[in-house]
Design a protein around this ligand. Sequence first.
Ligand SMILES: [Zn+2]
Length: 110
Amino acid sequence: MKMKIHKGDQVEVISGRLDDKGKRGEVIKVLPEVERVVVQGINMRTKHQRQVQSQGRTVNPGKVRFEAPVSVSNVMIVCKKCNKPTRIQLIREDDKTKRICKECTAIIDE
Ligand SMILES: [Zn+2]
């Protein structure tokens, strides 16, 4: 399946965990094989890390905050033009696939 969400996109959380609903962030990683994305500041988890030896360095134990992936069905792209979370339509133009906003028909890609 081709992902409509790309790295660097602004997305809004439309469903999923309540405390993340309505939040926006930038996509920092796309995981097409599991249809998930990692969004900055969204779906934060805490990992308790034990003290480990890594390449001669000692990594101190403690809590590590990190973003867990969220399902692409839980987020929507925020259109830069109309500033709304929107559905995306794919169009082919000059042999390239472009993404357009279904709300205002602006092209999402630069
Ligand atoms: Zn728009």
